[in-house]
Design a protein around this ligand. Structure first.
Ligand SMILES: Nc1ncnc2c1ncn2[C@@H]1O[C@H](COP(=O)(O)OS(=O)(=O)O)[C@@H](OP(=O)(O)O)[C@H]1O
Ligand SMILES: [Mg+2]
Length: 705
């Protein structure tokens, strides 16, 4: 049977460091007796890939608790119950580290920051020099160090990186020698070590770079899954606990190292229970188990009080809400919910965009440097909430662009609070789309849970909602076009598409004006609704052969006959000389030179229409343009949420969409459009489409794509 090493370090209750009944209480100046801790950390580390970078150097971990992790970050503690450490039975979260070992900086000691569990947002305390200890049911700290080695990766050039989910956490240590040098700087003198005594009561010695612990201190421990672990029993004590102990006397302790070992965090075991069965973890929060873990996290740690709404949100009483979009067809029920979700979510995105333009809100960036805003998360939460409300008791699988990584940690606290506020601000108006608002505002934990529902993997069977909460983020932050795109994939086929384009006016003529202009104009003199100045929502169901457009709900109005959908259809142009093609605004997303070459070959005379987002599909579906082409750089994998809704709407409006080889796009392979041949070509009709595919074939090999 596989064994992992586990060190169980009982923490003593009482004294100034006590964590007592109130688990949120901070533990200040709680020394963690490092010989014990370090022994635990090193014992397996020395048998891990990290070992070759390490010297047998005891480092003292001095915990002094200062930082409290706000409840908003707690779901992040369970947010990645997926990969690296799944072979654990149970573990508690330990963050330990050394001040100065900052990510990306001039790290002074390779200890850095780590979780002994899976990714828990360690970065938020990195470099802050504080320690936090949250207490679980039992006063016991469990350190399992077997995964430590996995946390670190040696790269080809000998560089050490944190194999942390947050890719930004390179320690900036360039080679093995640097690591060793840095470790040297963290050595505490033997005299210090003697002075420290061996407070944990753990006897061990270092020989040939390996740590050895006397047999009698090692016992076996079986976790709840029956996995047997080696365990070492020793003690951690807080300064005031239990009277005169040699361990208490550490307030004058001063490490000689330039770097100061810092933090340690423990969270209740249940928060980070890891499911040994892989099937429990696939799809993350999609399965029951992980959600239960989140639930547990809420109970244990989310202290945010649920507040009542101060007022009945929209002025409508629940029993007055009668509006329900009446949608027929096989997926009529789903379509009705999808329209409500998109209409409501667009209210949120519009608000956020206005705030961005007024500089009251700002965008952040993701790991891949792409932009993200409150609206990306907020829309995802709102759509997820509406779908959950609409299909209560039914399983909900959602493949969506965002996850909650960027909302974790210290840096994410502020953003997550803004997201929660935006979501509540929006949900309290849910009755405008015919849904009763929640009885009380959602807490941060709930909002993050709704966002996390989007982590499903999709695939060839079953129903999966596919969502791009803000497509065309660049356009969005620039105050330009963007789309909220929701589709339903049933057994691998897109069967329903709803595309909300808040800045894409119903009437094409208005496209000539920048939407900021007419927004301004509207404030001065509100125009007649028949001017169709506002954004639109386009919809289609598979097999209907028809596509629809309705005005976006605006300024808190409720659904009414004006919002009834109007049918749209593609352009009837067949002559390339009269056709207009759309393409992404950014060259980085699609080669403008390649499409210019194609346009030339085909005799397209009009200037390309460069529009952000899936509004391009909307433009084709309603005849504003004839062709949409996207040729990303080789190696870029298109995501299903960037196309699903738009593709169906164009097809049902009478258009043709394929890859550049003329094959249908395959939405059955998970989160990516696997097997896509070169690029995407959407066209108003077959004959134009055939010409483009032929032209691509003729010129692709000589292109630099
Ligand atoms: N390198 C690269 N190549 C191709 N495509 C990429 C690339 N990087 C990102 N993306 C995806 O493109 C989505 C934006 O497409 P747009 O058509 O709106 O592009 S553009 O902003 O008008 O240039 C954009 O969607 P959002 O992230 O939702 O904005 C991305 O999914
Ligand atoms: Mg997108």
């Amino acid at each position: 049977m596989a064994t992992t090493s586990l060190l169980r370090l009982p923490l003593h209750r009482g004294g100034s460091g006590s964590i007592g009944e109130d688990r949120r209480q901070l533990c200040s100046n709680r020394p963690v007796f490092s010989d014990a801790l370090w022994a635990a950390l090193r014992r397996d580390a020395l048998n891990s890939p990290l070992a070759r970078f390490m010297k047998p150097t005891p480092v003292v971990a001095m915990a002094s608790s200062r930082h409290w992790v706000p409840s908003a970050s707690v779901p992040s503690a369970v947010g990645l119950i997926d990969d690296r450490f799944r072979n654990w039975g149970t573990a508690r979260r330990i963050l330990y580290g050394v001040r100065g070992a900052r990510s990306g900086g001039r790290g002074r000691c390779c200890t850095g920051t780590s979780n002994v569990g899976h990714e828990t947002g360690a970065n938020r305390v990195k470099g802050e020099g504080g320690v936090e200890i949250k207490q679980g049911e039992e006063d016991e700290l469990v350190v399992s160090s077997s995964a430590l080695g996995k946390f670190w990766q040696g790269t080809e050039g000998g560089a050490v990186r944190e194999a942390h989910d947050n890719g930004a956490s390179s320690l900036g240590l360039q080679n093995v020698n640097d690591v060793e040098k840095d470790l040297d700087s963290a050595v505490f003198s033997p005299a210090d070590r003697v002075a420290q005594g061996n407070p944990g009561g753990l006897r061990h010695s270092f020989e040939d770079g390996r740590i050895s612990v006397p047999e009698e201190q090692v016992s076996q421990y079986a976790d709840s899954n029956g996995v047997v672990h080696d365990s070492i029993e020793t003690e951690l004590q807080s300064p005031g606990s239990g009277g005169a102990s040699p361990k208490d006397n550490r307030s004058d302790y001063k490490p000689q190292a330039k770097v100061e070992p810092v933090f340690l965090e423990v969270i209740p075991e249940d928060l980070v229970r890891i499911h040994p069965d892989l099937s429990d973890t696939v799809g993350l929060f999609d399965g029951q188990q992980p959600l239960r873990v989140v639930e547990q996290a809420q109970k244990e740690a989310d202290v945010e009080p649920a507040k009542e709404w101060d007022w009945w949100p929209s002025g409508l009483q629940e029993d007055q809400i009668k509006i329900k979009p009446d949608v027929q067809g096989k997926y009529g029920r789903e379509m009705a919910a999808a329209i409500q979700a998109v209409q409501l979510a667009c209210m949120l995105s519009q608000r956020v965009q206005e705030r961005l333009l007024r500089h009251e809100e700002k965008a952040g960036s993701k790991k891949d440097k792409s932009l993200i805003t409150v609206a990306d998360w907020g829309v995802q939460a709102v759509v997820s909430w509406v779908l959950t409300q609409s299909f209560q008791g039914e399983e909900l699988s959602m493949v969506a662009e965002e996850d909650t990584k960027g909302l974790r940690g210290q840096s994410g606290v502020d953003m997550s609070q803004r997201v929660v506020n935006a979501v509540n601000e929006c949900l309290c108006e849910a009755s405008v789309v015919g849904i009763a608002p929640p009885k009380q505002p959602l807490g941060s934990y709930e909002v993050l849970k709704f966002i996390n529902k989007g982590t499903a993997l999709g695939g060839p069977t079953g129903r999966h909602w596919v969502l791009d909460p803000v497509d065309g983020t660049l356009g969005f932050v620039r105050g330009d076009q963007y789309a909220v795109a929701l589709a339903l994939v049933d057994d691998g086929e897109v069967v329903l598409g709803v595309l909300g384009c808040p800045n894409f006016p119903m009437r094409t003529a208005w496209l000539g004006y920048h939407h900021r202009y007419y927004r301004l104009a509207m404030q001065i003199a509100p125009p007649d609704p028949s001017l169709w100045h506002r954004g639109c929502v386009m919809t289609a169901q598979k097999g209907e052969g028809r596509a629809w457009m309705q005005p976006m709900i605006f300024n808190g109005e409720t659904f009414n006959e004006f919002h009834a959908p109007r049918e749209v259809s593609v352009s009837s142009v067949v002559d390339p000389a009269d056709a207009t093609f759309c393409e992404p605004v950014e060259k980085a997303n699609s080669s403008h030179s390649f499409t210019a070459g194609l346009a030339d070959t085909l005799g397209l005379r009009n200037e390309p229409l460069r529009v952000y987002s899936m509004a391009k599909y909307a433009a084709i579906a309603r005849g504003d343009a004839e062709i949409f082409m996207k040729f990303a750089k080789a190696g870029y994998k298109e995501k299903i949420w960037d196309h699903a809704a738009g593709v169906l709407i164009v097809q049902e409006a009478g258009g043709v969409v394929t890859d550049a080889g003329g094959r249908p796009l395959d939405f059955s392979k998970g989160r990516f459009l696997e097997g896509l041949d070169r690029g995407i070509v959407a066209c108003c009709g077959k004959s134009l489409h055939n010409k483009i595919i032929a032209a691509v074939d003729a010129s692709y090999n000589s292109s630099t794509l």
